[in-house]
Design a protein around this ligand. Structure first.
Ligand code: PNW
Length: 479
């Protein structure tokens, strides 16, 4: 078979490929077997109009009952790992550690065992946005007590699953779910306290992450020997021109969307990025507030959070052009960043309004992380594109072809330490505010059929070959 190995190289022998989902997006069974109510259950039962097709995750792909089919699909793909999330409410219906729900615990035991029996490593996200409603009633992530509750939950997961799970992510994309505290009608809990709720939530999420990391480090790592990370939305913000102003705007966009979370954990100095501190403090003062909207870490806390990740988990979908101004349409770009963003009209569009196909942005994002944070090991924990769900998903094949080519360049030409790649998503699933109108799956799920049968799309064969051969097929070669 011809190959492009000479020009772009191959994926290293120890490079891992896998696919991802999240509990609320695939499991269904929202109130079965003792599961508690989450903030997404509550929000979408009360406000179906927050979702384009007025649907929700009540049944979804029914992975709670069909997890064996999911594992079959992963096996057919040749995946080395499966990144899934645990629904806190399935294990602890209220989020409290003294009230546990055995059928929920059994479900994840069964899934983990089924994966391992098929030679697939489980990678577990502890929190992919579905906070127990009971904890939200206490204020959710705006309440510092949430750090204790999260630590209890993390301890329980390490205790029960850590003998078999060696890859942990505390949180998925705090920059995106913190928007639920800043906006309305989008992410749960839809709190609409922009510039206050989002920073407060982010602050406590960072402390909760560090708490779980230290817990693992001290009590579980010695025997379990796993890794702990946090998955960060890491889209690229390209300067609109090479003017000093636009380059500075690009830096601000990266620092507000990524640095806010990554700098405290991955930089050698720790704490929030200086520019974030400076701008939020300045704006808070100008608003006449007695203190900054961005909470302050003590010196001890800066040290406590610093270094609490064993590798960098990078989620990438798209890119924006930026210049000085204000944007309203990007959850991760807060007004304090003083950045306006837009998509270049020449970039290929997709079924999703916000995702334009900009593969070189992935290479730039990888390189930015590499330079900012001292060349960490990077695992790409999400990358993908939606369409309308057809089986001949040629646009998905082409999206992965060009993005994987950039990953190869970042490894072989730029010397970045990229060790893994994760497709979002294994299955067509519930795409938050877009409901079932945007399909990200490598597998088609028939939502008109109560059996929710899965069917491989063409991209499965394409990716399967890449995983097996560790190289990208020629552009001209039909999958
Ligand atoms: C991620 N943005 O969400 C999530 O991790 C997944 O649950 C989700 O299905 C997937 O990407 C596709 O949307 C994001 O506006 C949501 O930049 C919004 C943004 C990025 C990621």
């Amino acid at each position: 078979m011809s190959s492009s190995a000479t020009t772009t190289g191959r994926f290293p022998q120890d490079f891992l490929f896998g696919s991802a989902t999240a509990a609320y997006q695939v499991e269904g069974a929202w109130n079965e077997d003792g599961k508690g109510e989450s903030i997404w259950d509550r929000m979408l039962h009360e406000h179906p109009d927050y979702v384009r097709d007025r649907q929700n995750g009540d049944v979804s792909a029914n992975s709670y009952h069909l997890y064996k089919d999911d594992v079959k699909a992963l096996k057919e793909l040749g995946a080395h790992f499966y990144r899934f999330s645990i629904a806190w409410t399935r294990i602890m219906p209220t989020g409290e550690a003294h009230k546990i729900n055995q059928p929920g615990i059994d479900y994840y035991n069964n899934l983990i065992n089924e994966l391992l029996a098929n030679g697939i490593q489980p990678m577990v996200t502890m929190y992919h946005w579905d906070l127990p409603q009971w904890l939200q009633d206490l204020g959710g992530w705006t309440n510092p007590i949430m750090v204790d509750y999260f630590e209890d939950y993390a301890r329980f997961l390490f205790e029960r699953y850590g003998d078999r799970v060696k890859w942990w992510f505390t949180f998925n994309e705090p920059s995106v779910f913190a928007a639920g505290y800043a906006t309305e009608r989008q992410m749960a809990p839809s709190l609409n306290k922009p510039g206050v709720g989002d920073y407060l939530a982010s602050h406590h999420v960072l402390i909760a992450h560090a708490r779980a990391y230290h817990l693992y480090d001290k009590h579980y790592r010695p025997t379990q020997q796993g890794k702990v990370s946090i998955a960060l939305m890491s889209n690229w913000y390209e300067p609109r021109s090479d003017s000093t102003e636009d380059i500075a705007a690009s830096d601000r966009a990266m620092q507000f969307s990524i640095g806010l979370y990554a700098h405290p954990i991955f930089s050698s100095a720790g704490d929030y990025p200086a520019i974030v501190r400076e701008l939020v403090d300045k704006n808070s003062k100008a608003e006449g507030r007695p203190r900054s909207r961005l909470p302050v870490f003590s010196k001890d806390m800066i040290e406590y959070i610093k270094g609490t990740s064993d590798f960098y988990s990078l989620n990438y979908y798209t890119c924006r052009l930026v210049s000085p101004g204000i944007t309203k349409h990007d959850p991760a770009l807060r007004p304090d960043a003083e950045v306006s963003s837009h998509a270049d009209p020449s970039w290929p569009t997709t079924a999703s309004e916000w995702i334009k196909v900009v593969p070189w942005g992935l290479r730039k994002a990888i390189n930015w992380v590499h330079k900012q944070y001292n060349g960490p090991t990077i695992v790409i924990t999400e990358n993908g594109v939606p369409d309308n769900g057809k089986l001949e998903d040629l646009s998905r094949i082409s999206y992965y072809r060009v993005h994987l080519a950039e990953v190869l360049k970042s490894i072989h030409e730029d010397g970045c330490n990229v060790k893994g790649f994760t497709t979002w998503s294994l299955l067509d699933n519930f795409e938050w505010n877009s409901g079932y109108t945007e399909k990200f799956g490598l597998y088609f799920v028939d939502y008109s059929d109560p059996a929710r049968t899965r069917k491989a799309k063409a991209s499965v064969q394409f990716l399967k070959q890449i995983i097996r051969t560790r190289e990208l097929p020629e552009e001209t070669q039909k999958p």
